[in-house]
Ligand binder design. Structure first.
Ligand SMILES: [Zn+2]
Length: 408
């Protein structure tokens, strides 16, 4: 993910006040894109749990949506809008579980991108989803589309819960190519480029899939993985697909080694999506591990020099954070003064820490530790202690001092 959007969302959530106990466990959306008006017409059903007894109000933390109707068991509910979102007035005696029906429009916004004949979501979930609960909490999403003839679509896995920020979908008059690898269907959709171009750009995907499955010790968690090529420079992991900007992938046509963005977003299917940091201050568990796995892919495919180059680039970014007097432990809970510094720690220092662990443990124990971590935590939220426990189990040694130095 490009981390530029994290802060705005955190600010938005802070407005929502103290953490609410209730959350939606399942979102079912019926989506009709209106391309001309650049908006979605949506009918939604939310299965909500944890509503405290006596609650008379429920917050839908999505202030940018234009909510027109809320209904519970056939009864219309009054709505009030504030900076925090939509306050739905509940009748007496409901909860702790309820199914809320909503009707709304979602206008084009950050994370909801309209093109001449397509629409896709990227990260800013509460700009198109009526969020109830924290972005790091898991929910399932089922999307039904009403689309013009000839349009294709992709959406999150409706069976397996994922954090809200990696839920998403795309639909449009896309070009399509596909192939089978490791028993999975790999789909390449293009809002730009033709079928041959898509195949050329994404040619390395099958080999990457085999590499990550072996290192994770777990197969890709879906029968299908889709990569959507769009104009611009976006790079966003979603729970069963990735959205990749053409600008990010143009270099690969000249220089096949420039494949990091495909590897990075595919690696997130395990590290980031399937296994997610429990708290934003441990976002390095998503991005540091993924950045390291991208470097490890390059090492296996393009050789030792390619791996060393990734480490050098990361070291240079970390050096800049040090020079700015802002070298923080990986799980530091404070605020970063800039995105660049946060990224230098979570992505770059995170990658270098994984390399340091690899050197400390040796090849066999390190990769065994990574498999333990991945297998033990699939489908769950993690903290750095979970990585430490898995690595210590594989290494048969106490790693507290190493983790103290880098992480805590
Ligand atoms: Zn990422």
């Amino acid at each position: 993910m490009a981390p530029t959007s994290v802060w705005r969302l955190l600010a938005l959530l802070a407005l929502a006040g103290p953490a609410l106990a209730q959350r939606a466990e399942h979102y079912s959306l019926h989506v009709r894109p209106d391309i001309e008006a650049q908006r979605l017409q949506v009918q939604a059903r939310l299965q909500i749990s944890g509503v405290p007894p006596g609650s008379r109000e429920l917050l839908v933390a999505a202030p940018g949506l234009q909510l027109s109707h809320a209904e519970l068991d056939g009864q219309d509910l009054p709505l009030r809008h504030s900076e925090a979102g939509w306050h739905v007035q509940l009748p007496a005696g409901v909860g702790p579980g309820l199914t809320l029906a909503l009707r709304y429009q979602a206008p084009a916004a950050e994370g909801l991108v309209f093109g001449p004949n397509y629409v896709y979501t990227a990260y800013q979930s509460c700009n198109w989803l009526p969020c109830v609960g924290r972005l790091l909490e898991r929910a399932t999403l089922h999307v039904q589309f009403a689309l013009p003839p000839g349009w294709l679509s992709v959406a999150s896995d409706a069976e397996r819960p994922y954090p809200l920020y990696v839920l998403g979908f795309a639909a449009g008059r896309f070009k399509e190519a596909s192939e089978t690898a490791s028993g999975r269907t790999l789909r390449y959709l293009g809002a730009v480029d033709d079928e041959a171009g898509l195949r050329a750009r994404f040619a390395s995907t099958p080999a990457m899939l085999a590499f990550f499955e072996a290192k994770a010790g777990l197969p890709l968690p879906h029968a299908e993985y889709t990569q959507l090529l769009v104009p611009g420079g976006v790079a966003q992991e979603v729970s069963r697909h990735a959205v990749i900007g053409k600008a990010m992938l143009d270099p690969i046509l000249e220089t096949p080694e420039e494949d990091w963005v495909i590897a990075h977003e595919l690696a997130h299917q395990w590290w980031g999506n399937l296994i997610t940091c429990a708290d934003w201050n441990e976002f390095w568990l998503n991005e540091g591990i993924t950045s390291f796995m991208t470097a490890a892919w390059k090492q296996q495919r393009w050789g030792e020099a390619a791996y060393q180059r990734e480490l050098e680039l990361a070291a240079r970014r970390w050096e800049r954070a040090k020079a700015a007097g802002f070298d923080k432990p990986l799980s530091w809970p404070g605020d970063y003064p800039s995105l660049g510094l946060k990224r230098a720690i979570h992505y770059s220092k995170g990658m270098l820490f994984m390399h340091a662990l690899r050197q400390e443990l040796g090849e066999a124990a390190f990769w065994q530790g990574l498999r333990r971590y991945t297998q033990a935590n699939a489908g769950h939220s993690v903290r750095a202690a979970d990585l430490q426990e898995a690595m210590e189990g594989a290494a048969g040694m106490n790693l507290q001092r190493l983790f103290e130095r880098w992480v805590y």
